[in-house]
Design a protein around this ligand. Structure first.
Ligand SMILES: Cc1cc2nc3c(=O)[nH]c(=O)nc-3n(C[C@H](O)[C@H](O)[C@H](O)COP(=O)(O)O)c2cc1C
Length: 371
């Protein structure tokens, strides 16, 4: 019997968790980034089981478990995240010019709810820094870049086009983020007429400046049914390559128990799992399974990741559960996924994508056609 490389490694996170918990959330995050960039963590990411690998957009993903945007806004530690076993890492959101974001405190941990509320407001060091760090990378592995606009820009579209032009050839994929709740007016860019125009422009710029770099759009879980249908209809027309579903929510489920539940900002983690998975399934159905989707929101276990994949996600991403469970979660999810695929008779992730749907369309879904 071959021992897979996703065999458990000693989990040291429980030792550092009390320290991180004692610090304000943002300080704990800075310390985590500093530790990762100084080389803490396992030295070698072992090989993943072949069943977890897939080729999407011509890129070879060793496993479908990625790190969501916001963890590494300035591309400081993408390779450290890959070393921890992630199949891909998404840096950003980065805006053309550096900006400091909203006043602190602006990240709140809701322990009782396994959730976080943040109202960071795209604090980041700007495109120049991201560009320099991506240029200096010595490692391979899939790193996407999530692009935003400056809060005080005079021209929203120009900011995204600037990002596509400047990092397009260095990124393995690009994400147009029109869904963070902490930049006034940003989510209005999801409206049909505005979004159609914006995506058409970014696709044209990509085709010119970075042909072949996959371009995705990241949407909010708070869209109305009409907005969801609009986006599903226009996404294929604009020529984008996929959708990230989705960002944090401004909704506050009545189930929240933490004292911080009333803080303003975007809610992530456990309470986001059900609504974001429902939106994912709906977008898979509305796009007839033909557009690759990245499922993100509340994943805290292998079963959660598998549910997203069966609902239609080709790839998944995590953030909030890493805060509570530490990096060993990545290996746990991969081991569990490999086991669930085997149990259900799938030889690869690709076969399981969208397995919960019975498509009315006569067309075979993309996942089947690729096999
Ligand atoms: C502290 C924090 C900062 C975030 N910053 C960004 C960001 O800059 N850009 C973005 O697209 N999403 C950002 N997100 C959203 C995540 O990428 C993800 O979509 C969301 O948290 C849901 O996943 P989760 O429940 O696994 O955390 C952020 C989330 C958190 C918790």
């Amino acid at each position: 019997m071959i021992a897979f490389s996703v065999a458990p490694m000693p989990d040291l996170y429980p030792l550092v968790r009390p320290l991180l918990r004692a610090l304000p959330a943002e300080a704990a995050h800075r310390l985590t980034l500093a530790a990762l960039s100084s080389g803490f963590g396992p030295l070698i990411a072992a090989r993943d089981p072949p069943s977890l690998g897939q080729t999407l957009w011509g890129r070879s993903f060793p496993n479908p478990v990625g790190i969501a945007a916001g963890f590494d806004k300035d591309a400081q530690v993408p390779d450290a995240m890959l070393r921890l076993g992630a199949g891909f890492a998404e840096t950003g959101t980065v805006t053309p010019r550096p900006q400091s974001g909203n006043p602190k405190p602006r990240i709140f941990r809701l322990y009782e709810d396994a959730a976080v509320i943040n109202r960071l407001g795209f604090n980041n060091q700007g495109l120049d820094q991201t560009l320099a760090r991506l240029r200096a990378r010595r490692h391979s592995g899939i790193v996407g870049v999530n692009l935003g606009k400056n809060r005080d820009t005079a021209d929203d579209a120009a900011d995204y086009l600037d990002g596509v032009r400047r990092v397009g050839t260095l990124a393995d994929y690009l994400v147009i983020n029109v869904s963070s709740p902490n930049t006034p007016g940003l989510r209005d860019l999801q409206r049909r007429d505005i979004l159609g125009d914006l995506l058409t422009q970014v696709v044209a710029t990509r085709d010119d400046a970075a042909p072949g770099t996959p371009l995705l759009v990241k949407i909010a879980p708070d869209l109305t049914p009409a907005e969801r249908a609009d986006i599903a209809a226009l996404a294929p027309q604009t020529g984008i390559d996929g959708i990230v579903i989705g960002n944090t929510t401004v909704a506050r489920p009545s189930s929240l128990r933490s004292a911080h539940a009333g803080e303003a900002g975007g809610l992530s983690g456990g309470p986001l799992f059900a609504p974001s998975t429902a939106l994912l399934a709906e977008m898979y159905r509305l796009t007839d399974g033909k557009m690759p989707l990245i499922g993100v929101g509340g994943i805290a276990s292998a079963a959660d990741a598998y549910a997203k994949i069966r609902a239609g996600a080709s790839l998944v991403q995590l953030y909030t559960a890493l805060v509570f469970q530490g990096p060993a979660l990545i290996g746990r999810i991969k081991r569990g996924l490999a086991e669930m695929l085997r149990r259900d008779g799938f030889s690869s992730i690709t076969e399981a994508v969208g397995a919960d749907h019975v498509l009315a369309s006569a067309d075979q879904p993309r996942s089947r056609r690729q096999a």
